[in-house]
Design a protein around this ligand. Structure first.
Ligand SMILES: [Zn+2]
Length: 241
């Protein structure tokens, strides 16, 4: 029994290491994904502002074209007015010039608004690009480190798996299944020593009769309180654990 429990305790150390390394590996992978996601969302934001500016630019050119057309038409009508002798025709031509003036004024107002929007969007684009740049360099710097860590953890996990296979072959199959069930249900601690009459898993006092049975090491004893597998560890042996 003793050697079986000792093998299980060794298996537990490997399993705890496996669990810890696997969690760290997942945390590293999540961090890589989160950094990538942050860069991606900033890239999307920059692209959206660039698109907005493209649209504003074409609206600006359109308005500038309309304004120059209205202005040249106005110039043309004014030239014509100097040659008109008929009062009725003159009145109509002047009215047309007035309308063109109004039209040009409206276009100018709209153009000013568009130019202001271009200005605001340009500043926003600059800020967004700066932020993206900073984020990308931070990502690149951290990424290299994370990939290094992930590589190391992967290798450690491989080693643990190999060691686990070796240990598993030395443990009775039923005992191992019970151990695995307790390990998963009891937060990664299935095999615990009894020290000073106390279960080191839940720190409850173990009844003296049970304590004697554990010391005999003849059968598997579960803690009556936390249901973990108990083994006897004499005082002063903690250091070797
Ligand atoms: Zn206990």
């Amino acid at each position: 029994m003793r050697s079986q429990i000792e093998a299980l305790a060794a298996l537990q150390r490997v399993d705890q290491s496996l669990r810890e390394n696997t969690q760290a590996l997942h945390a590293g992978e999540s961090r890589v994904a989160a950094l990538g996601e942050a860069v991606h969302s900033h890239e999307t934001a920059v692209a959206a502002i660039e698109e907005e500016l493209t649209e504003l630019g074409s609206r600006q050119r359109e308005l500038e074209g309309k304004l120059s057309a209205a202005e040249s038409k106005m110039k043309d009508r004014r030239m014509r007015i100097t040659r008109i002798r008929n009062d009725k025709e003159l009145g109509l031509a002047k009215r047309e010039v007035e309308l063109l003036k109004e039209e040009a004024g409206g276009i100018e107002t709209e153009l000013v608004t568009v130019l202001e929007q271009v200005d605001v969007a340009t500043k926003r684009l600059e800020a967004a690009r700066t932020e993206l740049g900073a984020l990308t360099s931070a990502r690149d710097a951290e990424d290299a480190e994370l990939r290094d860590t992930i590589g190391r953890l992967g290798a450690a996990i491989e080693r643990d798996r190999g060691r686990r296979d070796e240990l598993v072959s030395t443990v009775d199959a039923d005992l191992r299944r019970r151990y695995e069930m307790i390990f998963s249900r009891r937060g990664g601690v299935a095999v615990v020593p009894v020290r000073g009459g106390t279960c080191q898993g839940c720190h409850m006092h173990v009844p003296p009769q049970l304590y004697n049975q554990i010391q005999r090491n003849e059968q598997l004893i579960l803690c009556p309180n936390c249901q973990r597998m108990l083994y006897w560890q004499p005082e002063g042996e903690e250091a070797s654990e």
